[in-house]
Write a new protein. Structure first.
Length: 384
């Protein structure tokens, strides 16, 4: 709300637009602090609280990602060529991810040495195999989104550092390479979920009593995937590692580490070489390159802080044999907020989108042009 009020106070926004923004911010404030916050903090049913978050994130994704795609296709002047299509594809992936989440209703429960990934969907629960497929696809879409951010890092790095390799890898039919790259890691994560976590009699029996007590759902009739870290010998009480569980964790962590290694390398190299390399660009493109760089940094920092850091303890807890039972899906539900947050990052940091939004929602283009200095001050306050 502070940033919103600061934005409203800026002189480059028209009077009519200010009134619209105030009304919108008032509605958002009401939803967060009167409805959403109350639901999360006071509801004894964490599934319902998780659903409230997911529904709000889904509506936000529909609005923000659709607007991002439309602005990129029709109203941006300096975003052209391959990168333009990258942003459009990324926006479409975000929409597909959100739609899959709404259908599958994924949720997570940790119980002692197990991690349960299942669906709370009621409307299509009778089609168990369809819901299982949606859960697998959902996990694959998230892997594809993170991989696509890594591809954008590679592209921006080559734009700055080596245009010859950029031509070799990204222009014409050769851009298909990166579609295969993103698809490969999406399919790999989906395969890990399906083949390593598909329930057998042992994993079902281990969680059966606890799962049915907490959710009042039969394990045998649910769309469910189960990670059990150890096999327990009932006669000797001996623990033996389940290698399919180790494969799942090692595989998913490896996929993330590959993407992070690419992003850290490209991001660090761009940061170190940006001042020197940008001397070859015009003033407009220098500003644009810096904005794209800031966008990419935020695109990876946000999921790291909001999603990956909270979810890693949830994934690794079964291997430490903690004795507890908790509905950790309330943490997992944050994943669905990634697409709208990502779209908002792009549209607020890159000046092309801010100008397009101002014109689209009734701002005066000439006023924007004559108040560039004031705009830059507001931008600095908001994004530094």
């Amino acid at each position: 709300m502070f940033f919103g009020q600061l934005l409203i106070s800026s002189t480059w926004v028209s009077t009519v637009y200010k009134k619209k923004l105030r009304a919108l911010l008032s509605d958002i404030h009401y939803f967060y602090f009167t409805h959403l916050f109350h639901s999360v903090m006071t509801s004894l049913n964490l599934q319902n609280a998780s659903r409230t978050i997911a529904e709000f994130a889904f509506i936000s994704a529909l609005i923000c990602n659709s607007l991002l795609i439309y602005l990129t296709a029709k109203h941006t002047q300096n975003i052209v060529g391959v990168y333009k299509y990258m942003i459009i594809i990324f926006g479409i992936l975000g929409l597909l991810f959100s739609c899959t989440e709404m259908l599958a209703r994924p949720f997570v429960h940790n119980y002692n040495i197990s991690f349960i990934y299942f669906s709370l969907s009621v409307d299509i629960s009778t089609w168990r195999y369809l819901v299982e497929t949606l859960l697998v696809v959902y996990s694959g879409f998230y892997s594809s989104l993170i991989s696509f951010v890594a591809v954008q890092f590679i592209y921006r790095y080559l734009v700055l550092v080596n245009t010859q390799i950029l031509e070799l890898l990204f222009h014409g039919w050769k851009s298909v390479i990166w579609i295969f790259y993103v698809s490969f890691f999406g399919i790999a994560w989906s395969a890990l979920v399906y083949f390593c976590l598909y329930p057998n009699s042992y994993s079902k029996d281990y969680i059966r009593e606890e799962f049915e007590k907490v959710y009042n759902i039969s394990v045998d009739n649910s769309a469910i995937f189960i990670l059990v870290a150890y096999n327990i010998d009932p006669s000797t009480n001996e623990y033996k590692i389940r290698w399919e569980s180790v494969t799942m964790i090692a595989g998913s962590v490896s996929i993330l580490l590959i993407q992070y290694a690419i992003m850290i390398f490209c991001g660090t190299s761009m940061h170190l070489q940006m001042t020197e390399k940008l001397k070859n660009f015009s003033a407009v493109h220098q500003r644009l390159q810096k904005q794209f760089f800031k966008t990419l940094i935020l695109q990876i920092c946000v999921p790291t802080v909001l999603f990956h850091m909270p979810i890693f303890p949830v994934l690794l807890a079964p291997f430490f044999n903690f004795k507890f039972s908790y509905q950790t899906g309330i943490i997992y539900s944050l994943f669905c907020s990634y697409p709208p947050i990502d779209a908002l990052i792009i549209m607020t940091v890159v000046s092309d989108y801010r100008s397009a939004l101002t014109k689209l929602f009734g701002g005066n283009h000439q006023q924007v042009a004559t108040t560039t200095g004031r705009t830059e001050i507001v931008t600095t306050l908001l994004y530094t």
